[in-house]
Design a protein around this ligand. Structure first.
Ligand SMILES: *Cc1c(COP(=O)(O)O)cnc(C)c1O
Length: 368
C-alpha cells in the first residue's frame, strides 16, 4: 500500500466545478481586486466567528504582520510566543524590529505553557502570540486573564486551527486579533496563498484595511504606509465554496483522529494527541510522540506510509534567530518534542483501510 502524508486531490476535485463557475464570473466582471468574493468571504468569517471585523489578506503570514503593525509593535517592544511553531509566527515580529521572547510548550498539548507566561513579561512586553498548534487550542482562559491583568494585546496564531474550539468558542474569537491561513494544506485550504485577520478593535482593524492596500483610505489618499497584502478574488471564490462545507470537512478529520486514537491506544511507545477538557481539536495534523521516532519513520516509509516532521527543530536553534541569544537547553520541552514528534497521514479522503494498514505497521514496528 502507498499512502502519502498529505493528498489534496479529493478535497479540491470535489469543489472544482463550483470554483470554476465563480472564477468565470470574476473574469466576466473583471472584479479581480477586492471584489464581491472577498467581501463575501469576510462576511462569512464575521458571521462564523462572531467578531466585528474581518479582513482578507494574501497570507497567514501577512495576517500576523499586519495585526502586529496595527498594534504599533516595533523596535524596543517584546512579543511573547513559543519556539515550537512555524517560522512565520516569529519572522513577522523580527521584520517589524521587535523582539520575540520565547517560553516553552507543554509536553502533552504542544501549546504555550501558560505557567511560564507571567515570568516572561517585562515592561517592554506589548503582546502575546499563542499558537493553536496542529489545530488544538492553546489555553485561552489563562492567556486572556494574564493579558488583561498586564494590559497586553493578544494575537492568536490560528493558522492551523480553523474550526477549533476552546470552552465552546471558536479560536480566533478570543484575542484582539487572530490570523488564519488558507495555505492549501490548512483546514480551510485555498488553491494558493491567502489569509484572514479577525479583530475586535475598530481603529486598529481600520488601519489593517488600509495597510493591506498600500495604506490607502480612498482613491490616491494614503494616511498610512502599507503593503500590498490583498487577498485575491480567485482565492476568495474558492474559499467561499469550501467554507460552506467546512463542518463536513472537520467532521471527517475528527473521524480519522478517532480511528487513530482507538487503534493506537494500546501501543505503549506512542502518545496520541492529548485534548484538554475545554478544547475541541480540529486536527489539522494528527501528531504523535513516538519512541525511536526516526526508526519508526524510516520503517513506515519502507512500508509505503509517508509521515511528516512538524517540526524537526525548534526555532530558537535556527541560524536566523541566533541573535536572540538562546541555546541548546533553553527550551527543553520544545527540543525533546522535536525529537519525538511524528505527524501521521491526515487528509480528507484517507480511507479506513489505509488507516488500518498504518496502525498495523506501527504495531509491527514496536513488536519488532
Ligand atoms: C501556515 C502557518 C502560518 C503562515 O501562514 P501562510 O498562509 O503560509 O503565510 C503561520 N503560523 C503557523 C503556525 C502556520 O502553520
Amino acid at each position: 500500500m502507498k499512502i502519502p502524508p498529505m493528498n489534496l486531490k479529493l478535497y479540491n476535485d470535489m469543489f472544482k466545478d463550483d470554483i470554476l463557475e465563480r472564477m468565470k464570473t470574476i473574469l466576466d466582471q473583471n472584479s479581480f481586486i477586492l471584489g464581491p468574493e472577498v467581501k463575501e468571504l469576510e462576511a462569512n468569517f464575521k458571521e462564523t466567528y462572531n467578531v466585528p471585523f474581518s479582513i482578507g489578506v494574501n497570507s497567514g503570514t501577512d495576517a500576523l504582520l499586519l495585526a502586529l503593525k496595527a498594534l504599533n509593535i516595533g523596535p524596543g517592544d517584546e512579543v511573547i510566543t513559543v519556539p515550537f511553531t512555524f517560522i512565520a509566527t516569529v519572522d513577522v515580529i523580527i521584520r517589524l524590529g521587535a523582539t520575540p521572547v520565547f517560553i516553552d510548550i507543554e509536553a502533552d498539548t504542544f501549546n504555550m505553557d501558560v505557567s511560564q507566561l507571567e515570568a516572561a513579561i517585562t515592561d517592554k512586553t506589548k503582546a502575546i502570540v499563542p499558537v493553536h498548534l496542529y489545530g488544538l487550542a492553546a489555553n485561552m482562559t489563562d492567556i486572556m486573564a494574564i493579558a488583561e491583568k498586564h494590559e497586553l494585546a493578544v494575537i492568536e496564531d490560528a493558522a492551523q486551527a480553523q474550526g477549533a474550539k476552546w470552552d465552546g468558542k471558536f479560536v480566533g474569537s478570543f484575542g484582539d486579533f487572530a490570523a488564519f491561513s488558507f495555505y492549501p494544506t490548512k483546514n480551510l485550504g485555498g488553491i494558493g496563498d491567502g489569509g484572514m485577520i479577525l479583530s475586535t478593535l475598530e481603529t486598529e482593524a481600520g488601519d489593517v484595511v488600509k495597510m493591506r492596500d498600500h495604506g490607502r483610505s480612498e482613491g490616491y489618499t494614503f494616511p498610512l504606509i502599507g503593503y500590498n497584502s490583498r487577498l485575491s478574488s480567485f482565492q476568495a471564490a474558492g474559499l467561499n465554496v469550501k467554507m460552506k462545507h467546512l463542518p463536513e470537512m472537520l467532521a471527517a478529520r475528527k473521524k480519522i483522529a478517532a480511528i487513530y486514537d482507538e487503534g493506537l491506544s494500546d501501543v505503549a511507545q506512542i502518545q496520541c494527541p492529548v485534548v484538554p477538557e475545554k478544547a475541541e481539536h480540529s486536527y489539522n495534523q494528527y501528531s504523535i510522540l513516538a519512541e525511536n521516532r526516526d526508526e519508526l519513520r524510516a520503517f513506515l516509509s519502507e512500508q509505503g506510509v509517508g509521515t511528516m516532521l512538524y517540526y524537526p527543530g525548534p526555532l530558537h536553534l535556527q541560524d536566523c534567530l541566533q541573535h536572540l541569544g538562546y541555546k541548546e537547553g533553553s527550551f527543553p520541552v520544545s527540543e525533546k518534542t522535536c525529537e519525538k514528534v511524528l505527524s501521521l497521514p491526515m487528509f480528507f479522503g484517507l480511507k479506513d483501510s489505509e488507516q488500518s494498514y498504518i496502525i498495523e505497521k506501527i504495531k509491527e514496528f514496536y513488536k519488532g
